[in-house]
Design a protein around this ligand. Structure first.
Ligand code: MEV
Length: 311
């Protein structure tokens, strides 16, 4: 056993396919390197946790504490470890659709295995993260676990091999936080309820979202930012029909479009949280960022998608 075990993970952005991915449709996501989480573990007299965060990252709501508590108990039992002190530091905003619950589970699992000097396969890691995600989300597709544990963009379909996917596009992606707590668990549940009441409607919307994801993959491969933007707009419209957007997300994505964005949509679970805006140039992204901040958006990150291949 080491004196200190450490583990890291990044946040994630879903570019296309959230919610539809729960219904076996494909999605595209990438680890978001601007946001990270680190877990550190040492031996202690009893199990304790401290966490620190920047601007809204990892807040100890009862929901994310339940998944951390149950995951650490499981790891402690499975790996037969002594009592521990766990420290978590995060810059991933929590409950914003950026994968903080999956990322914290990735970092903690890595820290436990590092502490015990045990090899950790991808498969074992994902098993622990999905255990934790069941508690946080109810019915996760596994995309958050896959995206926050890897280093490459992925094309993801539930229960299929994770496909790394080269995301290089001459465009910029602005990630913006509505400042409103996202509601992934409630949104996933409400789509499931709609699927029980109107199975054909949900099948046709999610099938369309899956088609848009596949078209987006082609657009990215051919470096067609305008096409990708148009597909993102169509995805936002489908997500609104599924009932997982909200007034602020609708208003901000439309505002971004009015100011020259190629496309704009919510990202992640929705009903709050973050949205993404695609622009051709960095200057356009910065202008839109300024307009959105004046309109009430709380936090923004800018990512050049051309550089992603080197990340
Ligand atoms: C809304 C959802 O599709 C993405 C949440 O980041 C849920 C899931 O896939 O587990």
């Amino acid at each position: 056993m080491k004196e200190v075990g450490t583990g890291e993970a990044t946040g994630k952005i879903i570019l296309m396919g959230e919610h539809a991915v729960v219904y076996q449709k494909p999605a595209i996501a990438f680890p978001f390197k601007g946001t990270t989480i680190t877990a550190m573990i040492t031996q202690a007299n009893e199990n304790t946790l401290t966490s620190s965060y920047h601007t809204g990252a990892l807040k100890q709501t009862s929901e994310n504490l339940a998944n951390i508590t149950q995951l650490t108990q499981k790891l402690q039992q499975d790996l037969n470890t002594p009592p521990f002190h766990l420290t978590i530091q995060s810059t991933i905003p929590s409950e914003r659709g950026m994968g903080s619950s999956a990322a914290v589970a990735v970092a903690i699992t890595r820290a436990f295995f590092d502490w015990q000097v045990l090899p950790l396969s991808e498969e074992t890691l994902l098993r622990y993260v999905n255990f934790s995600e069941q508690i946080a989300h109810g019915n996760p597709s596994g995309i958050d676990a896959a995206a926050t544990s890897g280093s490459q963009p992925i094309y993801y379909q539930k229960n299929q091999a994770i496909m790394p996917f080269p995301l290089h596009l001459d465009a910029f992606l602005l990630v913006a936080d509505t400042g409103i707590k996202g509601q992934t668990r409630a949104a996933v549940r409400s789509v499931a309820e709609l699927a029980t009441l109107q199975p054909e409607l949900v099948e046709s919307i999610t099938a369309h979202l899956g088609l848009l994801t596949n078209q987006a993959k082609q657009a990215i491969m051919h470096n067609e930012a305008e096409t990708l933007g148009d597909l993102m707009d169509q995805a936002q419209s489908d997500l609104e029909k599924l009932g997982v957007s909200n007034d602020e997300l609708n208003r901000y994505t439309r505002l971004a479009k009015e100011h020259g964005a190629l496309g704009a949509k919510l990202t992640g679970g929705g009903r709050g949280g973050c949205f993404i805006v695609l622009t051709k140039t960095k200057e356009q992204a910065e202008t839109i960022c300024h307009i959105l901040e004046q309109a009430g958006v709380k936090g923004t990150w800018l990512q050049g998608l051309g550089a992603y291949q080197h990340a």
